[in-house]
Design a protein around this ligand. Structure first.
Ligand code: NAI
Length: 333
């Protein structure tokens, strides 16, 4: 039995986490859920959007599954998602995108896994005004050899473990010769340690075009923070959108699995939310814990329900709701 900290989160979070718990129970997944609070619901209850108790539970149990958290726009507390990634040094953001049966998309053979460096690049929060009239701003990007090496090795190790053949490193080293150049250089130094993997590099603008022309050529992809943020959403778009793709944030000791969509306040509490993205994130968690067999069983059950669609939520063309969908998956199991 594995202890997993479960943060239902805000908006549709409690509904989609309940759906995932039902499905895990039906599959006899050996998970002991430890409930914890974060986000706006935690702020309203305790005046703190990230209670120390939640941080302590994640520190202790090392694995968390997290629903979406509402972040106030403009003012208010800063993103709890970003705070959690920094607090536990979750440097590897892993976003698979795979074509699904029954889901309409112009692409039918997408099966890629994108590794995004989660701690550096343009996202370190170092921005400033250069002048006193706020007409000139600048932002600093940081790339280090160590952080580049750990994410690039994570991508290669994943490729080996999952029997994948190719790793593409995405960069802009023709223009950003030092930062992106260093990332590429580290990739070229690391690649010979994995001779069974076909290593290629590609400039980010070409990558964006290739992904919408011939996405099936990509297998494992590794890139820096900003490029990864954009390309991972693009990859989700290739297979039906953010409601259908899971995500993992993995560090040396801790891991947090989460849906990448938001708290969808417009449909919260109406049983309209699609739980697939959180479920696929939870399946990544099962695989991380060594339960590929249970994960595969649940994934096959989802595929069979998606093919028929009638029980699915409306956003993917079904007539059902969050729980008719979850119950149909339980039945298929
Ligand atoms: P959103 O992803 O919550 O919603 C965008 C649209 O997609 C809405 O029409 C919504 O109904 C729909 N949608 C999203 N997830 C769905 C699901 N599972 N099933 C069916 N429909 C779904 O993005 P929005 O509106 O920009 O953000 C709302 C709140 O979520 C904000 O407070 C934002 O900060 C937060 N957010 C949190 C994230 C996280 O915790 N990882 C990520 C993105 C946004």
């Amino acid at each position: 039995m594995h202890n997993v900290v479960l943060i239902p989160g805000d908006g549709i979070g409690p509904e989609i986490t309940e759906a995932v718990q039902r499905i895990f129970k039906a599959a006899n997944a050996p998970i002991n859920w430890i409930p914890a609070q974060a986000g706006m619901s935690a702020f309203n209850a305790t005046d703190n959007p990230l209670p120390e108790e939640t941080v302590d539970l994640i520190a202790k149990h090392k694995i968390a599954l997290k629903g979406p958290l509402e972040t106030p726009v403009g003012a208010g507390f800063r993103s709890i998602n970003v705070a959690l990634r920094q607090r536990f040094d979750l440097f590897s953001n892993i976003r698979p995108a795979k074509s699904l049966p029954g889901i309409h998309s112009p692409f039918t053979h997408v099966d890629l896994v994108l590794f995004r460096e989660n701690t550096q690049g343009m996202y370190i929060g170092q921005e400033r005004w250069v002048d006193d009239k706020n007409k000139h701003a600048e932002s600093i990007a940081v790339i280090t050899r160590d952080a580049s090496e750990r994410i690039i090795r994570a991508a290669f190790e994943y490729a080996i473990k999952h029997n994948r053949k190719r790793v593409h490193l995405v960069h802009k080293a023709n223009i950003l010769k030092l930062t992106s150049g260093l990332f590429l250089q580290v990739g070229r130094e690391v690649a010979p340690d994995y001779p069974e993997i076909d290593f290629r590099d590609i400039i980010v603008d070409n990558m964006a075009m290739q992904m919408v022309m011939r996405p099936e050529q990509f297998d494992v992809v590794v890139t820096t923070n900003l490029f990864g943020d954009i390309l991972s959403d693009l990859a989700s778009g290739l297979v039906g959108g953010l409601g259908l793709t899971g995500s993992a944030n993995i560090g040396k000791e801790h891991a947090m699995f989460e849906a990448v969509h938001g708290s969808a306040p417009d449909i919260a509490g109406q049983k309209k939310a699609n739980p697939t993205a959180l479920l696929f994130s939870a399946l990544m968690m099962l695989e991380h814990l060594g339960h590929d067999d249970i994960s595969n069983r649940i994934r096959n059950a989802v595929f069979s329900v998606l093919k028929d669609q009638s029980a699915c939520t409306a956003d993917i063309g079904g007539d059902g709701d969050t729980f008719t969908y979850a119950d149909a998956i339980c039945l298929a199991l």
